[in-house]
Structure formats: structure tokens, C-alpha cells
Design a binder for this molecule. Structure first.
Ligand code: MN
Length: 745
């Protein structure tokens, strides 16, 4: 590593010396001048047209830096042409190409709040382009003149300076190479800074926004083309026969639903609560306040966990890799594993065929699917992948009124988020399948005095301490949401699916966390203990179900997030037999009682396997005296589970589900799913349904139930004000005002 660094230092010094020499040459100056112009307009675009969420001096610095390297590199290409006139023309052509790239991205962004990808020109998403062109002129703004101004300047200076043939401009290539080398160094520096600010930027690629913010628009475009080319090459080689061994595996592992639970939630609405970063250890966690009273960290979730109306699990683990939230969602909706590197939906969510929960429920039960999330839709490529999953509506931050006060780094605070989702929720025809993605309990768990009502947990780690406070807040927000649902009459006929999406406290912090956990063995803390902490809560809550004679309660089956979907569908009376799903119904007698993590760690009722070490799950004892046969039998089980991960990878990278058609299953045409037009589309849907409409709003004769919502969020008044302004900007009704007028309170 250090010799690499020395080489880089030496390379930089030589390049710099050569650069100083060569830059004196008029042609080099010309290129640098053109780069400066490009830099200016790109940075202008970053600030005026793209909302990149740049915060702090360091990120601004990276942003200013990132257009330089590519501009210098790209424009230097013109110096490889030795004929002066041709070289100059080439530079102009390159500048025009840059302008087209930048300007079309700006126009596209104004329409879609996203960057252009190769795919949006071609293939499945080209309909977006035609939408953009038809409103091109409407999307133009007066300051756009600055995006075009550099072209005449470059042309004019080129003509003036280089048409006099008094100086010899030979050895163009020397300048070219010098400038190229310089751009490489600047890019290297840029990459380093980006890596410091956002580690694993390239391998995780969770957001186009991030790539542009840290490495620039040009870099993103190049990266996107390369990635698309590689993916389509792999895809082209795949064929239908590859699904055969996969379906054989899936059929062999299918766990038949139990008669006593199959279909017990049939026809109910479904509300999925994506519990950001909530781990199982928080369930039933208690501490004492200054007055000596016991306080629960999650009183509301505890009440669900212990309810006789809930199938609650205490041995379910998260199974995500780097894709974290997004891979958790992928498993939840598809029962397919994510990737070892990066996020599956970021990579494949725009193009692949999926057979996901919203589409399955729509086919089998005419469900309306909707997601609510108080952050930008492009994050984790949600907008695109939700269309592929078949969600009818996606309400992202465009539909909420975010202010500095009411939002955190990852979006709108939970209490306001649930509240401001109501006007949309009540418009959905029932039964609906909805998912709420919360953000308050998101790393780094910022502690807010005004939103904290939990005794401060004191460990050496601020992150751990904040975590308890934000989790407690998230639980309070849920309670407010449920109080509304009860009052509005949406509570009794709903299946609530709660799930923790991934760990909130990483392994490196677990030792500090353990100091406040009951019966943690801090002195001998190790891999096994870290593994056991990867449990996340999963609960299927059906109010009133125990009165119908169903025996629910706490269940100790071992499993993971992959198992949520088959369990849920079976509760709703939809058999998953025909689907390529890798999970097993957690309530089935055939359930294998085991789970594999995305990193290969395996846990069953009996054994926990970490690398080559095998532990007894119930005690954590390292089993060193197993016979060869016993070891082999256990490892064979791990391998069998691992196969599901490998098959998932095949399905994703080769887009294999396009070759497979489950009986009766239908995919929604994504062209019909314009999430920018949700309100208009809901109106149209209501008109179509006429008096068959059974949305809550329709049942309430058009009067909003929004007034039934009560929150103690300290940011409420300002949010109402911001919401009013937002409603005006978007030409949509101001729901707060409607609630004022409504008699439903
Ligand atoms: Mn998450």
C-alpha cells in the first residue's frame, strides 16, 4: 500500500512539473479555459437545478471539484488530432456533447427528479423520454442560457486565437498526455475524498444522487453506460432452462400452510410497517427513570408483541448485506435474497421482471398497492423498482411538506410522516396493501431534546445512546398512527406486518451496547454474541383474531426476513406454491427452523455456524468434539441454504423470472404507474369505480378523516404552515384546511 502511495506521489510530482511546462502553451490554455467554462455551468446546474442535498464544506468542496477531472480529460482528447482546424472543431463537438448531456439531464430532472440513465433512452423506459420531449419547452427556465453560453465563446476564441498560422502548434500529443495525466490525478483525489465522505460509494451504489454528488454527472453517465452494457451482455446469454433447477429447489423446500392459519386474514387490508433499524433486543427492554419508575423502550410494539391477536416471533434474523433497507424490502416483497455487494434493486430494480407482493395481491385479491416514504423516491432506486413490483402508488417526499425543522437526514420525522400520509391512505380503494417506510430511527440516531422522552441511556458510545431515544420516539409515532386507525375504523379489518429491516447497532459497537443489556456476557463477547444480536422483530398482527378462535401468540421458530412473504400470503389465503420464493411459511409444520445470513452465517434451533466454527445455539458453547459425520451433516444443511442465495443471485443477474410464469399471475404495466400523478390517478380511479368505491374517504361521503389524527409532534404547527404552501405550489388541496371544515373529528 505504501509503495503504491509513493508511486502515486512520484507520478503526481512528475505530472505537475510537466503540466507547469506545457500549460504555457496556448493550446493547453485553451483546453483549460474550455474546462473552466464547463466547470462553471456544471456547478451552476448542481446548485440551481439538481437537489443533491449537499451539506457541509467538505461536500461542497467535492462538488466543486468533480467536474474538473472529467472536463480536462474529455477536452484533451481533441489534442490528439494534430491538424489545428480539425482539433479545434473536435473540441467544439466535444463541448456540444457535454452540453447535450448536461442540459438533457437538467430538463429530465425537472420532470422526474432523477438523472437520465442509458435505459431511459432505450428499452423499457423509453416512454419517459417521449414524456419529457412533449413538455420540453414548458420545462425551460430563463437561466438556461448559461448552460449554452460556453459554446459560442469556445467557438469564437478558437477562431480568433488559432487561425493565425504564425506559431507552430506541433506536438499536440505531448500537451494532451500531460493534461490527461493531470486529470487522472484530480480524479484520484476526488475519489479519495468521496471515499472518506461516503465509504463504499461505488460498490454500494444506492443512489444516483450520491454518484453525481460525489463523482459528477459525467462520471455517472459513463458508469451507467458501462454497467448497462455489462448487465445486458450477461442477460443475453441466459435462457429458460436455468429456471428448472431453481424451481426444483423451490418445490423441494416448499412448506405447506397449516389449515388452522391459512386464509385467516383473507380480505383484510395489509399495512406493512418497515421498522427502520429496530432490533429484537429492544422488545421488552426496560430501564428506570430518575423517579425510579420502570420505562419500556417500545411500549407500543411490546403491546403488539404480547397480544393474543399477534403471531410474534423472537428468533427471526435480518438477512441483508450492504443493500440494507433496500434488500430487506426486496426480501419482504419477493422472498428473494439480495446481493453480497451493493443493493439488488439499485442494480436490477429498473429492468428486471419481479413477481412481487403488490402484483400478486392485485392478481389474487384486487388489492391496491401503495408505499409511503418521506424521502426522495430515487433513493435506493425505489421509484423504478416499485413500478416493477407492481405498486399502484408511491408517495415520496414530493407528497409531504419537508422543512429543516420537521425532517432528518433521511426524511420526514415519523410522527409527521404518518400523519401526513392519512389524506392519501384514506383515498385508497380497499382492500389495500400498503407499506410505511419510517426514517426517525435511522443511523446516526441524532438525539433531539424536544423529541426525547426516554431516560438517557449511558454507554461510552453516543450512537448507541441516541438509538434508544430515537427508537422510543418511533414507537410513540406508531402509537399515534394506531390511535388514528382505530378512530377512523381502519384498525379491525387489517393485517399489520411489522418487521425490523436490519441491525441498528453495528458489530463494532455491540460491546458498548452490551454494557446496558441484561445478562450480556461482556468479558467474553464474541462472534456468537454478535450473531445473536442480529435478531429483528417480526409480527403479524390481526386485531380480533383471537376472538375467532385462532391461537396466536409468541412463536420461537428460527427464520428470517425471507420467510415473511410466504407467511403473509398464506395468512391472506394465497398459496405461494407456484412462485419462485425462497422463504418458508413460519407457521407451517414443514418449516425447517433455520436461517442463513447474507454473509453465510447460519443459525438453526440447534446449531449456529460461523465460518468453520459450530456453536450450540441454545448456549453459545463452541462444539469442538463433533464427529466428522456430524460436522459434515451440519455443513451440508448450511450448503443447502446457501444454494438459495446463489439461485437468488442467478435470478437477479440473469433476469430469470422473465422466463417463468406462475399460474394466473399478471404484471401491472409500468406505463400506467406515473407516481408524479398519484392524486390525479386516484381521482380517475374513484370515478371509474363509482359507487363500488370503498375507500375510507368515499365511505365518509368525501369528508376527510384527517381531523381524527392527533400528534404531540413539536413541529406540527410549522408543518401545517409548510403543508399549506406546498399544497398551493402543487395545486393540490390543503388537507389541513379540509380537516378543519370536516365534521369527522
Ligand atoms: Mn433501513
Amino acid at each position: 500500500m505504501s509503495s503504491m502511495f509513493l508511486k502515486f506521489k512520484r507520478f503526481s510530482r512528475i505530472t505537475w512539473e510537466a503540466f507547469k511546462q506545457n500549460v504555457k502553451h496556448p493550446r493547453a490554455k485553451y483546453i483549460i479555459f474550455a474546462t473552466a467554462l464547463l466547470w462553471f455551468k456544471t456547478v451552476l446546474g448542481y446548485y440551481l437545478d439538481f437537489s443533491l442535498g449537499v451539506a457541509g464544506f467538505f461536500q461542497h468542496l467535492i462538488l466543486w471539484m468533480n467536474p474538473i477531472a472529467f472536463g480536462l480529460f474529455f477536452y484533451s482528447i481533441s489534442l490528439f488530432v494534430s491538424n489545428e482546424k480539425k482539433s479545434r472543431r473536435l473540441l467544439l463537438v466535444l463541448a456540444i456533447a457535454q452540453t447535450i448531456l448536461l442540459y438533457s439531464n437538467i430538463i429530465y430532472y425537472r420532470e422526474f427528479s432523477d438523472f437520465l440513465t442509458f435505459k431511459s433512452f432505450f428499452s423499457s423506459q423509453s416512454y419517459k423520454m417521449s414524456g419529457m420531449f412533449s413538455s420540453f419547452f414548458a420545462l425551460m427556465k430563463w437561466h438556461d442560457v448559461f448552460y449554452l453560453l460556453d459554446l459560442p465563446i469556445i467557438y469564437w476564441i478558437g477562431r480568433r486565437k488559432f487561425d493565425r498560422r504564425t506559431v507552430s502548434y506541433r506536438f499536440n500529443k505531448r500537451y494532451a498526455i500531460s493534461l490527461l495525466a493531470m486529470s487522472t490525478i484530480i480524479f484520484g483525489l476526488n475519489l479519495q475524498l468521496a471515499e472518506i465522505s461516503r465509504p463504499q460509494l461505488l460498490t454500494r451504489t444506492f443512489d444516483r444522487n450520491y454518484l453525481v454528488k460525489y463523482l459528477g454527472l459525467n462520471f455517472f453517465a459513463t458508469y451507467d453506460v458501462a454497467k448497462t452494457a455489462r448487465a445486458s451482455q450477461i442477460r443475453a446469454q441466459a435462457d429458460a432452462s436455468e429456471m428448472e433447477p431453481i424451481m426444483e429447489y423451490v418445490n423441494a423446500h416448499y412448506a405447506e400452510p397449516d389449515k388452522s392459519t391459512f386464509g385467516i386474514a383473507k380480505g383484510r387490508n395489509v399495512v406493512v410497517l418497515h421498522l427502520e433499524s429496530i432490533q429484537q433486543f429492544l422488545i421488552d427492554y426496560k430501564t428506570t427513570d430518575e423517579q425510579g419508575n420502570e420505562v419500556e423502550a417500545l411500549p407500543f410494539l411490546n403491546s403488539v408483541f404480547h397480544s393474543p391477536d399477534s403471531f410474534s416471533f423472537d428468533n427471526l434474523f435480518h438477512q441483508v448485506g450492504q443493500g440494507k433497507s433496500s434488500d430487506a424490502e426486496l426480501m419482504l416483497e419477493n422472498s428473494i435474497y439480495g446481493l453480497s455487494q451493493g443493493s439488488a434493486v439499485s442494480q436490477y430494480g429498473s429492468d428486471n421482471t419481479f413477481q412481487a407482493a403488490p402484483a400478486i395481491l392485485k392478481t389474487a385479491g384486487q388489492y391496491t398497492g401503495a408505499v409511503f416514504h418521506g424521502n426522495v423516491g430515487s433513493f435506493w432506486n425505489r421509484t423504478d423498482s416499485y413500478k416493477k413490483f407492481g405498486y399502484d402508488y408511491f408517495f415520496d417526499s414530493d407528497y409531504y411538506a419537508l422543512t429543516d425543522e420537521n425532517s432528518l437526514e433521511y426524511g420526514l420525522k415519523d410522527k409527521l410522516f404518518y400523519r401526513d400520509s392519512i389524506p392519501y391512505l384514506e383515498q385508497l380503494p380497499q382492500p389495500f396493501y400498503t407499506k410505511f417506510i419510517t426514517v426517525s430511527n435511522h443511523f446516526p440516531y441524532p438525539f433531539e431534546e424536544k423529541n426525547n422522552s426516554f431516560p438517557i441511556i449511558q454507554t461510552k458510545d453516543e450512537t448507541v445512546n441516541g438509538y434508544f431515544s430515537t427508537a422510543h420516539y418511533a414507537d410513540q409515532a406508531l402509537k399515534e398512527f394506531f390511535d388514528y386507525l382505530k378512530a377512523a375504523g381502519l384498525y379491525d379489518n387489517t393485517l399489520f406486518v411489522f418487521y425490523g429491516d436490519h441491525y441498528g447497532i453495528s458489530n463494532s459497537r455491540n460491546k458498548d451496547l452490551a454494557t446496558v443489556l441484561p445478562d450480556a456476557n461482556i468479558d467474553e463477547w464474541g462472534d456468537f454474541d454478535n450473531t445473536m444480536l442480529q435478531r429483528v422483530p417480526v409480527m403479524f398482527y390481526m386485531p380480533g383474531i383471537s376472538k375467532q378462535g385462532v391461537q396466536a401468540g409468541i412463536n420461537h421458530t428460527y427464520g428470517g426476513q425471507i420467510d415473511i412473504l410466504p407467511t403473509m400470503l398464506h395468512l391472506l389465503g394465497i398459496d405461494t406454491k407456484d412462485y419462485a420464493m425462497f422463504g418458508q411459511d413460519l407457521l407451517s409444520k414443514d418449516n425447517d427452523n433455520e436461517v442463513i445470513f447474507r454473509n453465510g452465517v447460519y443459525v438453526s434451533k440447534d446449531y449456529t455456524v460461523i465460518g468453520s466454527r459450530i456453536y450450540k445455539t441454545s448456549t453459545g458453547e463452541l462444539l469442538e468434539l463433533l464427529t466428522e459425520e456430524e460436522r459434515a451433516a451440519i455443513l451440508a444443511q448450511v450448503d443447502d441454504e446457501q444454494l438459495a442465495i446463489n439461485y437468488s443471485q442467478d435470478i437477479l443477474s440473469n433476469d430469470l423470472l422473465r422466463f417463468y410464469q406462475p399460474e394466473g399471475f399478471q404484471i401491472t404495466d409500468e406505463k400506467e404507474l406515473d407516481y408524479m400523478q398519484n392524486l390525479k390517478r386516484l381521482d380517475e380511479r374513484a370515478r371509474e369505480l363509482g359507487d363500488k368505491n370503498n375507500s375510507l374517504l368515499y365511505k365518509n361521503k368525501g369528508e376527510t378523516s384527517f381531523g381524527l389524527y392527533h400528534t404531540d409532534a413539536p413541529e406540527l404547527q410549522n408543518t401545517i404552515a409548510a403543508s399549506k404552501k406546498r399544497a398551493h405550489d402543487l395545486h393540490r388541496p390543503d388537507y389541513n384546511q379540509l380537516a378543519e371544515k370536516s365534521s369527522i373529528k
